[in-house]
Structure formats: structure tokens, C-alpha cells
Design a protein around this ligand. Structure first.
Ligand code: FUB
Length: 443
């Protein structure tokens, strides 16, 4: 219990979650379950940590607790701290480090947090059970139930509440299973059924159900080829029969798993998913991302192409991390970690050729003139950058000389032409030089 309190305090002190992908920047995070509660979005992800000889299994998933993150604008995220840990669940094996993909839902004035982990009692074999913790508020305190849900064995719980108020629990164990939940949200109200007509070859897991215009979308990661892609099947009933309909996101060669949730927030649909941004060499230390999702007029889902830029507006007076670019020139730009020994410090953009550029979209310059451009940069050769508005040949709004040096410097320059409102910026290097940029900002 001591350990639980200590971790919680440290995490409250380091709420470092900002815009762009990945959205969670103070820890590894995976399997995001996003929910709209009131005016904010809450994300309940898995929390990957690195196993050591003393805890977990080296080379495998290792998770001991869950944090919740919240945002009112999808740009500024707050780490609201730990909601449940393997040390405070009465029935859980507190040495298992197996707190895999969770979900959370609101019903009858309470928030219900569903999570899989290994139970102390192994009389049903060595598999996973699914438990529930209940809270009055979306960020806790969540109180775990004394026992896991009866008759449920598996991982990746997902809860869907239909328009008539009936709640359904979905989960995975080779197949995807579903059952009705009782009104208390803690017990099954029907026998589990296997959802049929889904692909029978290749692992399926991570079910996530939502409804739009009377269509029930059962979405799930599936290994159709080498790694998991996000697919969906549709029905006119939450329990099927389903018709396999399409792919939401293609597989990635770098990260074997993907796991997602889909929400509508302020009239836009979003896909929350994960990748291995902070750990490109070990894909069990993952990071949560968001991209916008769109439907065709017949209700089918348009494929989502993963981006670094993510969603939401970036305030011009904040640090604009141009390495999370929207687009870039084919030559003369590369993105690398600032410090490979501490990847959570993020990335830098290195320009090596005259006229190489990156584009960064949706920056909000507001209505009050901004006069100074600040750039954190490092150049062994010395160089110069231009910031152009809305087009690669657009208005030059600022220009900065980057002095030759052997360390990072914060450079200031005068804004030549302030443009109010929302703009896409092009950051262009002027000469053949070597210029690394951490961020730019306007004051
Ligand atoms: O995070 C552990 C497991 O990896 C999840 O439960 C699966 O969905 C996969 O993302």
C-alpha cells in the first residue's frame, strides 16, 4: 500500500501531458478507453512499465496500475493520478503486473471502471478475470469490488449502454464474447455468447462497441497478416449477427498490438489508439495517440491514417513542437530523439538542406498581436529559418538567425507580420546548414 501512495504522489507532481501525438508524455500508456463525461474527455489507458528481474517478466507486458487523464479541449491533458492498482484490489494477484486494457462507463450516478488482471485464486486456471471498481467521480476514488465478475474469463473488457438503458459487457479470450449486464453493472444478466461471423484466423481482441444512427459498430484489433490492424463489423443489434465491414487503421510494422476506442466530442468523431512512439525498439512500452475519424454517407468508416500532429488547436504562445509535423519536405529534414537516454524529453527536427521545410497545422494566434518569435535551437554551422503562414510560399511572419554554437540556445526575433486567427505554419531553413529545432513559440 505504501508503494501505491508514493507512486500516486509522484504522478500528481508530474502532470506532463500536452497536445499532439503521443498525447501522454510523462509515462508509457496503451489501450486507451476514451469517454465523454460532462464537458470533458477522460482517457483510461493501460500503464506500461518496464519489467525488471524483481518485478514482471522481462520482454513482456508489465503493468501494475491505471492512471486517468482528462482534457476539456483534447490539446491540454491532465494526469489525474492512479485510479486502481494491483496492490488495492482484494482479489488480484499483487505480483502479476497484468493490469491490461480497461474501460470505464457512467450509469445511475456512478462511474464503473472495468479491468482485467490475474486473480490470486487460480482454481479456474492461470487466466485473467475481470473486476469492477466504482466511484462517484470520473477521476476517483474508485473502490474495487471484493470479487471479480462471475462467469467472465478473459481480457479487454468494454461496456456499451444502449439507448434503452441496457448495458452489455464485451471481452476477449481468443474469441470475442458478450453478455448483458444487470442494472447494478456488477453481474452478468445473461449467459456469455461468442460473437460469430468475425474472422476465424488470426488473433482478435480489444472489442469496442458504439452505436451511430442505429448501426452497432463492433470494432476490434485483428491480426489479418503480421500485426494487429483495427477492423469493424456492423449489426442492427448489440449482440449481432455482425457483418465484417472494413479496416479502420492498417497494421504497423513497428508495433505488434493496437487497441482503440471511438468517441464523438463536440460534433467530431475521434479514434484513440496506441503506437510505440517513446520505445521504437520495444513494442510493449506504448503511447496513446488520437486522430480524427470520419464516416462515409452510407455509415462505413473512412480509414484513419496515423499522424504525429494529432488533433486540436495549438496555442501560438505555447511551445509548438514542430517535430509533430503535419507534412514535411522529402529531403533535408529528419526527426530524432533529443536525448536517446531520456526519450520522454521528446524529439528535435533537424534541417540539413536549403529550403527543407515542415508544415504544422492549426495554430491559434488569437486576436492580440504577438510580437516575438522564440526558438529553441542548436546549430553547429549557424543558419537561419523563416516562418511562413498558410503556404510554403506564404507571408513570412518571422525570421530567426540561429547562431553557430555547441549547445541548445533560446533565440528571440521580432515578428514581422502578425496574422490573427488560426493558421498553418511552414518552417523553412534558408541555407545549406545544420539546424536542429526543439520548439518555436510566439509572445
Ligand atoms: O495491453 C495488453 C494487451 O495488449 C491488451 O489487453 C491487448 O488488447 C493488447 O493491446
Amino acid at each position: 500500500m505504501k508503494k501505491f501512495i508514493l507512486i500516486s504522489a509522484v504522478c500528481f507532481l508530474t502532470s506532463l501531458c500536452i497536445a499532439q501525438n503521443p498525447i501522454i508524455r510523462n509515462q508509457y500508456s496503451a489501450d486507451p478507453s476514451a469517454r465523454v463525461f460532462g464537458d470533458s474527455v477522460y482517457v483510461y489507458p493501460s500503464h506500461d512499465i518496464l519489467a525488471t528481474k524483481e518485478h514482471g517478466r522481462i520482454g513482456w507486458f508489465c503493468m501494475e496500475d491505471y492512471h486517468v487523464f482528462s482534457s476539456a479541449n483534447l490539446t491540454d491533458w491532465n494526469d489525474d493520478g492512479i485510479v486502481v492498482s494491483q496492490y488495492n484490489v482484494p482479489w488480484a494477484d499483487s505480483t502479476a503486473y497484468s493490469m491490461w486494457a480497461p474501460d470505464c462507463i457512467f450509469k445511475n450516478g456512478k462511474y464503473y471502471f472495468y479491468f482485467p488482471t490475474k486473480p490470486k485464486d487460480t482454481s479456474n486456471g492461470n487466466g485473467f478475470a475481470i473486476g469492477v471498481a466504482v466511484s462517484d467521480k470520473p477521476s476517483g476514488n474508485f473502490v474495487p469490488q471484493p470479487q471479480p465478475i462471475k462467469n467472465v474469463h478473459g481480457i479487454d473488457p468494454n461496456v456499451f449502454i444502449d439507448r434503452d438503458g441496457q448495458a452489455y459487457l464485451y471481452w476477449a479470450e481468443g474469441n470475442i464474447y458478450a453478455a448483458k449486464l444487470k442494472d447494478n453493472m456488477l453481474e452478468l444478466a445473461s449467459e456469455p455468447v461468442v460473437l460469430k461471423a468475425l474472422p476465424d484466423k488470426g488473433l482478435k481482441e480489444g472489442p469496442y462497441m458504439f452505436e451511430r444512427n442505429g448501426i452497432y459498430y463492433l470494432t476490434y484489433p485483428h491480426v489479418a497478416d503480421k500485426t494487429e490492424q483495427l477492423e469493424y463489423a456492423v449489426s442492427n443489434n448489440p449482440l449481432g449477427p455482425f457483418k465484417v465491414t472494413g479496416v479502420i487503421m492498417d497494421e504497423s510494422p513497428d508495433c505488434w498490438t493496437n487497441h482503440h476506442s471511438i468517441i464523438q466530442f463536440k460534433n467530431q468523431w475521434y479514434l484513440f489508439y496506441h503506437h510505440d512512439d517513446y520505445s521504437p525498439d520495444f513494442d510493449k512500452a506504448r503511447s496513446v495517440r488520437i486522430d480524427s475519424l470520419f464516416f462515409n454517407s452510407d455509415g462505413t468508416i473512412k480509414k484513419v491514417i496515423p499522424t504525429f500532429r494529432g488533433v486540436g488547436l495549438t496555442n501560438a504562445s505555447k511551445k509548438i513542437q514542430i517535430d509533430r509535423y503535419t507534412a514535411k519536405s522529402n529531403n533535408g529534414v529528419s526527426i530524432n530523439f533529443i536525448d536517446t537516454a531520456n526519450k520522454f524529453l521528446g524529439w528535435k527536427t533537424t534541417f540539413t538542406k536549403a529550403n527543407a521545410w515542415v508544415q504544422y497545422s492549426s495554430i491559434d494566434f488569437g486576436m492580440k498581436p504577438l510580437k516575438i518569435l522564440a526558438v529553441r535551437a542548436f546549430s553547429a554551422t549557424g543558419g537561419a529559418i523563416q516562418i511562413r503562414a498558410d503556404d510554403i510560399n506564404g507571408t513570412v511572419i518571422a525570421e530567426a538567425k540561429i547562431p553557430k554554437g555547441d549547445d541548445w540556445k533560446e533565440i528571440k526575433a521580432t515578428v514581422k507580420k502578425y496574422e490573427s486567427g488560426i493558421h498553418n505554419l511552414f518552417i523553412v531553413v534558408k541555407n545549406n546548414s545544420n539546424v536542429a529545432i526543439d520548439w518555436i513559440s510566439f509572445k
